[in-house]
Each structure stands twice: as structure tokens, then as C-alpha cells.
Design a protein around this ligand. Sequence first.
Ligand SMILES: Nc1ncnc2c1ncn2[C@@H]1O[C@H](COP(=O)(O)OP(=O)(O)OP(=O)(O)O)[C@@H](O)[C@H]1O
Ligand SMILES: [Zn+2]
Length: 712
Amino acid sequence: MLTTIFTVTGLCCPSEEKLIRNKLKPITGIEQLEFNFINQEVKITHNIKDINLITKAINEIGMQATPKAELEPKKTITKISDKRQWLVIAIGGILALCAEIYSYMYQNEKSVLVAALAAIAMLLTGKDTFKKGWLALKSFTLNINFLMMVAITGAIVIGEWPEAAMVTVLFALAELIEKYSLDKARNAIAGLMEMAPEEALVKIDGDWKLLSVKDIVIDNTVKVKPGDRIPIDGVVIAGESRVNQASITGEPIPVIKKVDDLVYAGTINENGTLEFKVTARSDSTLLAKIIHAVEEAQSEKAPTQKFVDKFATYYTPVMVILAILIAVIPPIFFNEPFYPWFAKALVLLVIACPCALVISTPVTVVSGLTAAAKHGLLIKGGTYLEMGHKLKVIALDKTGTITQGKPTITDIVPFKGIDPHLLLQIAASLDSHSEHPIAQAIVNYYEQKPEAALQDVEQFSAIPGHGVTGQIHGTLYYVGNHKLAEDNKVCNKNIEAELERLEKEGKTTIIISTDKEALGLIAVADSIRSSSVKAIKALQALGLKTIMLTGDNNITAEAIAQQVGIDKVYANMLPEDKLATIDKLVTEYKYVGMVGDGINDAPALAKSTIGFAMGSEGTDIALETADVALVENNLDKLPFFVNLSKKTFNTLIQNISFAILVKVIFFVLAIFGKATLWMAVLADMGSSLVVIFNGLKLLHYKPVNKGGCKKC
Ligand SMILES: Nc1ncnc2c1ncn2[C@@H]1O[C@H](COP(=O)(O)OP(=O)(O)OP(=O)(O)O)[C@@H](O)[C@H]1O
Ligand SMILES: [Zn+2]
């Protein structure tokens, strides 16, 4: 099976989806179609060798399809509809208005002049509607163009020429405005890409040359001057500068970048010159990944979107049948006059278009996803964005999430007669085989000592969640937590008193022992992220319960929980315990978020309703496994996410209820004969535009009310 993405110009309203589906149905080898109206794309899963077959079929129904290279980021910004179209509609509008005024003044709708004015207006502005309507008729699809065509033709048949012209013009106008506003949503995403420059200064054989970023390879050296945007991802090798990373993290305060720091494409180098070594090709920079993720996210439909789409598939046929019944039954069975009931039926046809309803959800969701991306929050689908406001509990991993995950040594406590250097040497030698952050802290600390000499370790093994063990010069040693010492029966009251003292200060303490006796303690402390306290307060203010999960001991965990103000602590958790805890929380609260770094909490992240990963410097694992990735390790984005989700959900509900309300009102007005055709078109199209603009407002959503009290 292959997947090909086609860019389809003319695919702007969901009404075209059915048209394409029906056209492609008879072609064997087509497995699945996925539509993206905002980007005007159809993703087709198929096993057809000659894709021209597909292109041709789509072109036959009046749209232009071109296959698009899968990963190539879109840079082309769709042109805002050209001036000529606006002019044509303006002229058509004036003619239709003249026809209306003339027929009103002389009370004669059927005069030749009125008919002529109206006909010209319709010819000018109705071509597209009729062309698309006709294609829909030929393929037995009910879509908005078809409904409009019938309504307009109907109006002509009963001699309401000015009415027919007005409807045609209004519909064309609304379609144009709709296209214009959808372009805006499209541009927002493409605009993200526009932020990275296309060329960069690259060192080639000792000279600086300007190269296209596409030709830059990993390990090239690139230079950026003050004031320029960084063209590609890399790690600084010379220079120091302030860099504004707002474009990918949403954080407006610049950060200092010096040697060994990472820089990202699209961020702004403010005051110094930086030289850096390239770490990613231009199509896999963090920025490119963000854009790709946003684009992918849209193709996955949010629950309301699914609901609305389903609703629309029933709604339209039901309304059409109703319209037919209203046109037919009263005149035939109740001896009513034909003309007014036929006019009522036409109004029903107009409000049978589900457009406002169907378009409102994707526009809203895309705007929300884009706003999130601009603030350093990558949401992997509309579902999560829509569901976020339901979260009741947020569980956070301790190490690397609430804390920085970069512990440092604070205390070394050797027991009776043990040489502190020896104690450290044993711990560092064993831990040099471990990846654990504590192990790295011990090794780093030891290696800075002038007398540092790591010893060979035999039969090393890691005891997950507890520590490590191995032999040095034939003696078996253990380095690990209290539980490990208990298991080895080397713990005693004195050690416990010492442990408690250190742990109460929020330090994680490990015990170094042989299989017979404890040799001493080493305590490490991990600093709490500056965003933790504020974020947890903000989450609590939003009514969420916060929970800390950690493999660390109870006392240390409690001490840290107190410092950040978290509600509840689960300590001594092995990875499988974290999973079981999330499972339990999900049963109890249903909507549970889990935040972690993906290192020992991946299963728990997967089990939670929404898994948030700390995207530490854009790590791929986090970006790939999580439902939501925090591009910068900033917990402030959690309350932002919940608020954005609330706003998105409210917007969706507002839009849907507004669209339905307008329909209901016009339904009633139509039945009582109080709605004319053009009023119905105006209302219907007007409501489409209102919901689109309401959705687009989310593009500019900003974090609100940082931390705490709502009332003041
Ligand atoms: N390599 C090691 N060296 C020393 N102690 C270790 C090592 N590995 C684990 N430990 C001990 O076991 C405890 C639990 O480790 P684990 O990795 O499960 O959780 P954690 O580091 O506390 O992180 P988290 O908060 O993410 O759960 C650690 O707090 C530490 O005391
Ligand atoms: Zn003990």
C-alpha cells in the first residue's frame, strides 16, 4: 500500500469531499481517503501504479489535483483571492440590486429589464456554483452547490428573477470570504515555516559561503550574525549571544547561548556572533518537526468534528426530503396554492446546507493547534486539545519533570574509619556503568578530583529502582537506596537516623555497602524547576488535583512535594507501579494527565488519558511518544494547555449551537412563510462566516492570568 498526498485546489468546503469520494469509489485499488480542508489536501492510501489515474479523476470533477512529496514542508502561502473576483462580485451585486429596486418600484418582477439585469448578474457570479452543482447532480451527491443551484433555478421558474440573482451573488460572495478566511488558517501554519531563513553562511574549505539550507549537512559549521534568524539546528562551538526562542517556545525572554548550547532554526540571534555545528538537516530541525506535527494533527478528527460530520450526513438528506414534502403535500392534498409552498421549500433547501456547522470545527481546532505550537506546545491531535479541559488529575514524575533531573552531590558521610575518598571511589566506579542521573552526578563529581581513578568493576548489574552492584578487586559492593540496604540486611538505627536527617532536606540519599556492612552515605540534591511551583499553583486554581510519582523514597519525595505544593505523593514507585497507579487513577477520575520525561515512565504516559512529555531540547522520544510535547521543559505550559483546551471547547460549542440556532430560526420562519430566499442565504452564509471568524480568534490565544486567584 502506498500513501500519496494530493493538493487539491478547489477543495475548500466539506461538500467537495463527497464528490471526490463518489468519483474515486469505482477505482479499484483505493483503500482510504483522508481529507484536510484547511490545507486543501487529500491523503490517499492505494496500490495504484499510475497515480495519474487519480489526478485525472479529480480533475474531471472540476478540481485540480497535484501529488505532493510527503515530507516536503509547505512553504507556499496560498494567495489571498485575487482582486478580479471581488470586482466581478461587486458588479454582479450592483446589477442584482438594480433588478431588485426596479421590480420593487414598478411592482413587476417579470419585466424584461429585470430579468436581463438578473441574468447578467447570475452569469457573472453563478458560473462556479452551477458548474459544481451540475457535477454533483451527475454523480448523485447532495452538496451545497447543488442545493443552491436548485434553489436558484426554482426561483427563476416561479419568476422571482431579482431574488434568484441576489441569492447567486450572495452565495458567491460568501464562498469567497470563506476561502479568504480559510487561507488565513492555512497561512498561520505555513507562516511558522517562513520563520527560518532559506540561506546560511557555511564554512567551506576555510571560507564562508552562502548556501541554501537544503544543501547544508550535519557537522557543517554555520555562522549567524547579530540580528539574524538562526537558519538550522546546531550546537554552538564559538561565540556567545542572547537568543530569542519565542518562535518555538513562546518564551519572550531571550536566553544566553554559549559553547555547547543548542540553537534552533527559526530563533533570533540578538546581539553576538555565533558559530555552530549543524546537528540536523533542514527538513528535520525542531521547527520542521513542529510544523509537521501540527499538520499531522489536523488530519485526525476531534470528537466534536466527528459528531458534526455524522450529523451533517443525516441532516442534509432529511431537510431535502422535508423540502420536497412541503412543496408537494399542501398543494396536492390540502388544496393549498402551489406558489407559496414551493417558495418555502426553496428556503428549506438553502438551510439544508450544513456548511457553517461542518466548517466551524476544523477551523477552530486548527487555530487552537497552531496557537499551541506558537507557545511551545505540540498537541498531537484535535482530540487531545478538545479533551484537555476535562482533566481532573495531573500526575507528574519527580526526577526530570518537577526537578531538573541534574542532581549534584551535597553530602558525603563515611562511617567509622572509612576513607571518604575510598567511599566515593567505590560509588563512582560502580555508577560509571549506570545511566541513572544520580550515577552521573556521582561520577562527574568524582572525576573532578585530582586523585580520581575509576576502578574496574566485575559482574556489574543494575537493580532497577534500587541501585547497582558489582565487584571491585574481588569484593562485592552495593550502591543504592534504603530498600536495597534493607534487603542486604546492612541497615541499622544509626543509618536510618542519618538518612532521615538528609532526606528531610529533600536530598536523595544512597548507601554504599558491602554484603556485610554499610560503608557510608552520599546525598544528592536535584534543584526544582523554577516553573514547577507556579505551574502547580495554577493547575490547582483550575481545579485539578496534582500528584507526584517517584521512584525515590518517601521522605525526600514529601520534602520536595512540600516545596512545590503538590497535593499528593506516591513514592518508592517502580516503573510498573507508576503504570498501575495511573491505571487506578484513570478508573477513579476518568481523565488523568501524566507528565514525564519518557525515560522510566513511558508505559505510564501511554496509559494516561493525555500523556505530556518534557521535550528536553527537543528529544525525539518525547515528541514521538507523547500526546502533547512541551518543547521547552516548562511546566507553565500545562495550565496554558488546560486553558486553551477550555477556550477551544467553548468555541466549538458556541459555533455549533449558533449554527444550529440560525437554522432552527429560519426553519420556523420558512414554515410560516416569513423568510425569503435571499434572507436564508444571507443568514446561512453569515453564520458560516461568524463561526469561522470565531474559530480563527483562537490563533491569537495567549496565556492568561499566570498563577492563582481568579477573583482579583
Ligand atoms: N545507579 C544508581 N545509583 C545509585 N542509586 C540508584 C541508582 N539507580 C537507582 N538508584 C536508587 O533507586 C531509587 C529509585 O530509582 P528510580 O530510577 O526508580 O527513580 P528516581 O531516580 O527517584 O526517579 P523518578 O522520580 O523519575 O521516579 C533512586 O532514588 C536511588 O536512590
Ligand atoms: Zn533501614
